[in-house]
Design a protein around this ligand. Sequence first.
Ligand SMILES: Cc1cc2nc3c(=O)[nH]c(=O)nc-3n(C[C@H](O)[C@H](O)[C@H](O)COP(=O)(O)OP(=O)(O)OC[C@H]3O[C@@H](n4cnc5c(N)ncnc54)[C@H](O)[C@@H]3O)c2cc1C
Length: 411
Amino acid sequence: MRPASTHDAVVIGAGPAGTSAALALARRGWSVAIVEKNVFPRRKVCGEYISASNLALLERLEVGDAWRAEAGPEIRRVGLFSGDTCVEAPMPGAKSGSAARDGFGRALGRDVLDSLLLDAARSAGAEVFQPRRAVAIERDGACQAVRVQPGAGNSRDEATILRAPVIVAAHGSWEPGPLPSQLEKKSRSSDLLGFKAHFTGSTLPPDLMPLLTFPGGYGGMVLADRGRMSISCCIRRDVLARLRGTHAREHGGQVSAAETVEHHLRATCRGARDALEEARLDGPWLAAGPIRPGIRAGYERDIFRVGNVAGESHPIIAEGISMALQSGWILALELAAAATGQAEREAVGRRYETAWRGLFSTRVLAAEAIARIALGHGGAAMMGAVVRNFPQALTLGARLSGKTRAVPGFG
Ligand SMILES: Cc1cc2nc3c(=O)[nH]c(=O)nc-3n(C[C@H](O)[C@H](O)[C@H](O)COP(=O)(O)OP(=O)(O)OC[C@H]3O[C@@H](n4cnc5c(N)ncnc54)[C@H](O)[C@@H]3O)c2cc1C
């Protein structure tokens, strides 16, 4: 006889996509397992800015008050720091469906945000398997079986099998692995590698989030919680290798990739240099990637995908957390309204993909276009010239990238 399912749904990954799906399903009475390979709290490569359009959703997930209590200041201005250019313009306000005070986004460290969401999912009844890594998904009659092994720093526990009719892949897109939903590993010289650090004592104005451009990459800075300034960026693999080679030839000895990135930022971007002048590094630099921008399947091989694994915008628009939270939510709404047989899952998959594309395609494409300009030859200089003459282009860009777009059902 086949073993019965252990849960109604198994969610792999406890980033914002996985926890938002798990939380929404658990609150609707589903029995949900979340599998997360890392111990929390953990820092993560991310700029940590969340658009105001998510605030009503955070409230619906019942983490709005905690988020408001923890997050950094309201970001009322968007900027561009490129070479010697430092321009700023108003951030468009969003109607998030809640009080008018929620018109602006804020940043919250991923060590805090992800723990907050996971704790909320646990309180809503989700069973959390952590640190545990999902290493295989196999069909098992009407269910699928997820093989789960001990994760980071935990080698004593046995492997476990979790069975459910609904499997949600929320493991992000930057790491290859054996799961059918994980992306193939490819390495190209044009790959963008992600870096991030926290600094304290930065002189960056607390309500300003500038986009940074520099040769071979782009990034952003924003004041997050507890006075920490979050700086994050992407740089081409070949440019980084060249910079490290040059440093080794001129000064002898290798420097780390992160040190090279920080040096490059300070040397080529006046606004970043000024903001970091009196700042102190708070914790080590982190690296990840390559990032995998693009639109992918939302449902494939009977596995639902949310967050980055379903599709990813260039982080130049800082919308990845929004897309993760919102995709988890819209999938949960579709799932909760349907039975869980295979035919119903396929129908849910089609509706979810349609909703995903309606909500996110424009910002993925807008981000691609902005990133191409920033990374292209002479593109950053052109961006600088345009926004110097027409700063409102920054406000327009923020609007185009989805910063004011309401989540379905939140008006
Ligand atoms: C430089 C940079 C700056 C950025 N800045 C911003 C920003 O300011 N604002 C914004 O909105 N977005 C930003 N983003 C994008 C944002 O970080 C991502 O889009 C977001 O983290 C995606 O969330 P997710 O839940 O899909 O995946 P993730 O956050 O990657 O979470 C996936 C989780 O799954 C776990 N996992 C992976 N594999 C397994 C497995 N096999 N078993 C169990 N667990 C597993 C991981 O440990 C992780 O906790 C930035 C990205 C980069 C690279």
